[in-house]
Design a binder for this molecule. Sequence first.
Ligand code: ADP
Ligand code: MG
Length: 571
Amino acid sequence: MENLKKILTRIDGKGYKAYKDLQGKTFQFPDFELDFYYVQGDPFAGPSQVAVKIEQKRARFPEATNKPRIRNIALNDYLTRVLHKEIPGLCKGRRGTGKSGMVAVDNPGQEILERSSVRVSPDTVEARLFIGLPARGRRVLGMQAEEMLLEEIPKLVQKSLLFKSLDRTPLVNHIQAAEDQDFMRKSLEEKGLIAFIANGAILPRRSGIDQRPLEKKDAVVFQSPPSLEVELDSPHSGKVKGMGIPRGITLIVGGGYHGKSTLLRALERSVYNHIPGDGRDKVVTNPEALKIRAEDGRRVEKVNIKPFINNLPYGQDTSSFCSEEASGSTSQAANILEGLEAGARVLLMDEDTSATNFMIRDMRMQKLVAKDKEPITPFIDKVRQLYNDLGVSTILVIGGSGDYFDIADTVIMMDEYKAREVSKEAQLIAGEYKTHRLKEGGENFGRVLQRKPQPQSLNPRKGKKVKIKSRADEAIQFGTENINLHNVEQIVHPSQTRAIGDLIFYALREKIIDGKKPLKEILEIIEKELEEKGLEIASPFSNQPQGNYARPRALEIAAALNRLRTLRVKV
Ligand code: ADP
Ligand code: MG
């Protein structure tokens, strides 16, 4: 600590580069050590990254808060939130030019994710902070740096990272919520379910840009229809009652603005655990559920979309379909086949974001446009095979076509935000009013190809330098390319996007993507490494762990790779 003080006094008033003296250094404080992983070269550049490490002798987190793994994930996530909440009160913030004076930590949203911002282990607690080393113009402000590093950060540590300083109840609730959700999600399979929504859940959000729950007084609280009510066990909340969605084909029907999409969006995001009070903190979905939508304009690389698209004009091959600009229907078909290739077990679809001609083709249209003039085999003719042949279930929001009644196992109607089961009624109607459609789906679903990504088609460099940057949760710059992730809806945090970009580079660097391994195998290796070594593997600099990664699913890593326009594969 004294040493750090000396350095800061010495470099006071010097050019900003003098801060670089700190890079790689570790300083011993009474309660913790301070590591300078990265020191910015300029007050306007990306902030410096420091880590505080506290020995468990001092931090004293009981083993029960940290073991098994799911508790560790929840604890790390929780401490990140505490830091984020305490920083504004304990740190003065901006002083000087550019980022001078800032202290920040990753800012979690409604989901409890595995993160690299805080790492609690049996021996230490490590928190990674971003700081703006203070300057006036481009001159070091040594005194201000001293204030930040020697006063503010120790106070932050005291208040946020010692077990004894923390409120017990919210910490325990956070950990238990994650553990309950994990447990319930794992129990879906044996109960024959693909999703569960507890009675009392609040599904609607404040707004399209605010994921917090709609206030209770404005929301219709979820209540399962009696016929679909099931009970799941949970370690901390006992038996939880709610609506179970069985595997197979489920339709969500109902009038416009009655809450169909809201229900589906809750399911989409409940592949992750939610924080207590989120309203979806007892909603769980099969972890391999994938949102599928139309995404016209995206690139597609050698995907076998034959199950859905055949006989394109001019005899274009659809068993190894490429497009620089896929249409609504071909992009939706590609999204499904790529999802299956990467391991999706449940498909979630909403008519709002689907291509109409992909979803339905009614009797009249079949009469007017003969099968051999229509390349598209509509989803309605494949959804049953998807389940029978591949065991992949579908949940589909569809208020616009009753043709689907013929193939549905379960029909849920949203009626003024209340769920009712109407499977029997739908069946009766289907029996009474025939669609007279011809079935166009053939004998079986068709093949899901395993493609082998070619490493030379993935270039992380711009000029000579590796350049991988993420922009919110929307896009990744990969070398000179831009990966558009706007329509990959199950990326829920910008830190996941960041991790995805760097994990692709990791897989390339470590030759996991070697031109010979199929995509699924690549994803499995990445997952295994993440499981064993943690998110740290994503950092392009082995001596600089990054404090702002959150774990993505393999499905979203695949989605990003598939949207990289230079990607080439061998089939
Ligand atoms: P649909 O897909 O059936 O047209 P949406 O799911 O888009 O309907 O919902 C329409 C509106 O109703 C949205 O603004 C949504 O936030 C709100 N909403 C949805 N579910 C509820 C609920 N349970 N309580 C209160 N408002 C809700
Ligand atoms: Mg809708």
